[in-house]
Design a protein. Sequence first.
Length: 191
Amino acid sequence: MATESVPEAVEVICPGCGSADARSAAEVCADQTARSQGLADRLARSPDAPSRFDSCLHFAEGMLMAGVGAALAYDGMDGGKPLYTAGGALLAVLVIIGTFVVVRGEGRERALVAAGAPRADALWRSAYYCAGCASVFCPGGTPWQGRLTPEQFRKLVWTEAGYGRQLEEQFTDVELPPGVPAGPGGGPDHA
């Protein structure tokens, strides 16, 4: 009877400093120390999208404020105060419109993050971070070759996934090395 052997863990060597202490991006982002130092944010797979709960809360807040406006308008009509009537009605309409714009924008952002998740995940799961030289690399050189800074890595992942619009100003000046695919689907001309 043949027994199956368990594959041994493969040691990942950093191409920059030769250290064997590299950890996967997923491990680094899950580490509390990395979170407190901001490294987890620099290696983030995707932007933080508002949750459905946040959208529901924003909707409830908006409707409550619109109710205050409607109450002002009603009080103005009841008491013969045209300024309260016009102001309350205008406030209610503006708050309702603003609430729908905010909730719709949050829904679009959630959809954008969900649509780009498979592309971002493909790069993010294959990445390793070396604390010795503070670089991110892929063992074997796929899907990219060489080392990247955490900022370059974030820009690569986010532009590949279609999140480039969400990059903060501090990451827009980050240049990717030549030959690194940096656009949706790996087009080098997108970043």
